[in-house]
Write a protein that binds this ligand. Structure first.
Ligand code: NAP
Length: 316
């Protein structure tokens, strides 16, 4: 029997990487096995992965040599960066470079780079529809990932650039869930007008990535986009109302208002939502639902995700 192909997974204790590790490990006859990369092999999350029979390896994206060691002997790698840990696009670029160089060094056969658009290709810095942030970005956590696409392709790697979507899990972990307004009514607040927001269950990102690894060659050198559903704020509010059994409204605010909310990353996210509004046709078009379902037959709709997660959604 052929040996299982090893996929080295960055961010394995997190949302995207963790979902890929689970997808690989739950398909015993799929021909792949996961190597989970973490900075701390002794954390509870790392130990839980080891219990699943996953090889858990220590490496830090700040230490390029450790990545080289961690990628050695693997068939492929799933690469993702960690903007919300440090809020630094420069750090994302350095981490992406370290991952790409480690992939090159190990001679990997397939790399998935979990990326997002460099919005400056659509909204140049001179375009004042939205403010320039950190001197050279419009949407810092998007732009650096998109810029890093060129690092992976420039090294001639067998790479699939995978554009992801807004995780619905943000309604649980990112403080975006329904909140009680001064009128006592629950609402979700998004600066999306009546435009559609492509969203996905974080768990489905890994399942889609696994679908890409399984189909292999077909996707090398390609850019793909994934989403579970494209929904307006009103449609999401209606789904919340149904799932939670209490009225949830959609509070559509202007991107400029959202940018002023003052929480860390508010300006970045305000620009991001404005980009998704202004380029709705492109942004939804490149995240095709049938395509995503062809990679992952278990792809969840928002209603399914809500039914599975409604008890975890804080409604304050
Ligand atoms: N939230 C959204 O809607 C959304 C949508 C699309 C894309 N994204 C992007 O997703 C990325 C984050 O992915 P995620 O949500 O899967 O992250 P996550 O759940 O926060 O987990 C990230 C994991 O990465 C590991 N990590 C952090 N720094 C590291 C380093 N220096 N070296 C090696 N590993 C490191 C950590 O593992 P250890 O502590 O075990 O080392 C952590 O568990 C962000 O860049 C974000 O922009 C988010």
């Amino acid at each position: 029997m052929a040996e299982n192909k090893i996929i080295a997974v960055m961010g394995a204790t997190g949302a995207q990487g963790g979902s890929l590790v689970r997808a690989i490990m739950s398909d015993k006859s799929g021909g792949f096995i996961a190597r989970a990369i973490t900075r701390n092999v002794n954390s509870d999350k790392a130990k839980a992965l080891a219990k699943l029979g996953v090889e858990v390896v220590a490496a830090d994206a700040d230490d390029p040599q450790s990545l080289k060691r961690a990628f050695k002997g693997a068939y492929g790698a799933f690469c993702v960066t960690f903007f919300w840990e440090h809020f630094s696009p420069e750090k994302e670029l350095a981490h992406a470079r370290a991952m790409a160089e480690a992939a090159k060094d190990a001679g990997l056969k397939h790399v998935i780079w979990s990326t997002l658009e460099d919005t400056r290709k659509w909204v140049p810095l001179s375009d004042d529809r939205m403010p320039t942030l950190m001197e050279k970005y419009k949407v810092p956590h998007f732009d650096a990932k998109g810029e890093a696409n060129g690092i992976f392709t420039g090294l001639g790697l067998p790479v699939t650039l995978m554009n992801t979507s807004f995780y619905w899990d943000n309604f649980i972990y990112f403080g975006m869930g329904p909140k009680k307004g001064p009128d006592g009514k629950f609402a979700i607040t998004l600066p999306m007008g009546e435009k559609k927001l492509p969203g996905i269950a974080a768990e489905d990102i890994g399942k889609c990535a696994y679908g890409i690894f399984k189909r292999g060659k077909e996707f090398i050198g390609k850019t793909v986009g994934i989403a579970g559903e494209h929904l307006t704020g009103s449609q999401m509010a209606a789904a919340f109302t149904k799932a939670l059994g209490q009225e949830v409204h959609y509070n559509a605010v202007e991107p400029a208002v959202y940018r002023g909310f003052g929480f860390p990353g508010a300006e970045d996210l305000g620009n991001m939502f404005q980009f998704k509004q202004d380029f709705e046709e492109y942004f939804c078009g490149t995240r095709n639902l049938d395509f995503s379902r062809s990679l992952n037959h278990e792809l969840q709709t928002f209603a399914t995700w809500l039914a599975n997660n409604k008890d975890r959604i804080p409604a304050e």
